[in-house]
Design a protein around this ligand. Structure first.
Ligand SMILES: *Cc1c(COP(=O)(O)O)cnc(C)c1O
Length: 373
């Protein structure tokens, strides 16, 4: 006899992660009337990175917050559980987003879960294979647009003014509210805020949300301090670094190929208030960090995620840690956010390695290939 997988079937008192809304309910804008739409997102691993730590500085303790372990493979699920739950509370029947890929993957999964229609506008030809397959398999109405992300987002804003559809891009404030739980988890595991928080920056919703999370934990006296916030954009898509909109953003890191970030002001506030900075890394530096994470830490991320690690390595090469306040610290705790899973973009992975040719099905051929004698 088969047992239905429902809550009563689970062992009483078994440790069970409830998803970010239940885990952090008192910090989030939800009530008893909010139907919680969750895939049990969050609770992602904070992985110590010894090889990277050694490269960065003798006193560096680097941790990787592996957001690729969320249900749809990116941190977007943290904001989406809240955005879709609030849309359900408002009796919305359809949601809409523009996406470089991960927002659409997440929106389509949570909308499927909630029984809502989901519409996604994507820049044609510029979305990683894994993300496109996710949106399609969850039955979203996917519309490839012959334009870039910023043009897709402008269309989304216009459609939402004319039709009763909920926008679930990070201009939806519930996205930011949900995404701040990433900072809560880091503090809960470390016992306090880290010294440095390093993250990729695209539309800048994430850095805005993480900073909000740290500030709220500080206000609630859950931590004694807040970290220095460091954000990294790709060189060819670095509007915040340049101080002006980039009309045609270019980078292999498609998730951060954004020329006019929606949360520009939030990102600037985060780095100003925390004594941090937003800087740029080249595609070459991003790919080097991408390979290093895979080869030496055993962690597979998508290229955009590696921007945080690329940025950290760049700072270390510039002797950032030999300056104050770091110079006088015994240990420097650093958290790099790894925003999305490597399986999102298998084409990039295969383009970064030598793909082996087959051998004959014989022992001599195999021994020769493996250079066993
Ligand atoms: C969305 C996304 C980013 C950028 O986050 P923003 O909040 O837009 O700055 C970075 N990496 C991945 C994998 C993403 O999906």
């Amino acid at each position: 006899m088969s047992v239905p997988v429902s809550e009563p079937a689970m062992r009483q008192g078994a440790p069970r992660w409830p998803g970010v809304i239940e885990a952090y309910r008192s910090h989030l804008p939800v009530s008893a009337q909010t139907p919680v739409v969750t895939l049990l997102e969050g609770n992602t691993p904070l992985i110590p990175a010894p090889a990277l730590s050694r490269k960065v500085h003798p006193r560096a303790r680097v941790f990787l917050k592996y957001e690729g372990m969320n249900p749809t493979g990116s941190f977007k699920d943290r904001g989406m559980t809240l955005a879709i739950s609030k849309a359900a509370e408002a009796k919305s029947v359809a949601v809409l987003c523009a996406s470089t890929g991960n927002t659409s993957a997440s929106a389509s999964a949570y909308a499927a879960r909630a029984g809502m229609r989901c519409i996604v506008l994507i820049p044609s030809g510029n979305i990683a294979l894994g993300k496109l397959s996710q949106a399609l398999i969850h039955q979203a109405a996917v519309v490839p647009v012959n334009g870039n992300f910023d043009e897709c987002l402008n269309l989304v804003k216009e459609i939402a003014q004319k039709f009763p559809i909920t926008v679930v891009n990070s201009i939806n404030p519930y996205r930011i509210e949900g995404q701040k739980t990433c900072a809560f988890e880091i503090c809960d595991v470390l016992g306090d805020a880290p010294d440095l928080h390093v993250t990729p920056v695209g539309n800048a919703g994430n850095i805005t949300a993480q900073w909000k999370g740290y500030r709220e934990y500080q206000a609630a006296k859950r931590v004694s301090r807040v970290p220095v916030m460091l954000g990294f954009q790709a060189k060819g898509a670095a509007p915040i670094v340049l101080g002006k909109i980039v009309a045609k953003p270019k980078t292999i890191a498609t998730a951060i190929r954004i020329g006019n970030p929606a949360s520009w002001k939030g990102a600037l506030a985060a780095v100003k208030e925390s004594d941090g900075a937003i800087s740029a890394v080249t595609d070459k530096e991003i790919l080097q960090a991408y390979m290093l994470l895979a080869k030496e830490e055993g962690v597979f991320v998508e290229p955009a995620s590696a921007a945080s690690v690329a940025g950290l390595l760049k700072l270390s090469a510039e002797r950032y840690f030999d300056r104050q306040p770091w110079k006088s610290r015994d240990a420097i705790t650093i958290v790099c956010i790894l925003t999305g899973h490597g399986l999102k973009d298998p084409e990039r992975a295969l383009a970064s390695v030598r793909v082996p040719k087959p051998v004959a099905p014989t022992m001599p051929a195999l021994i020769k290939r493996l250079k066993l004698c």
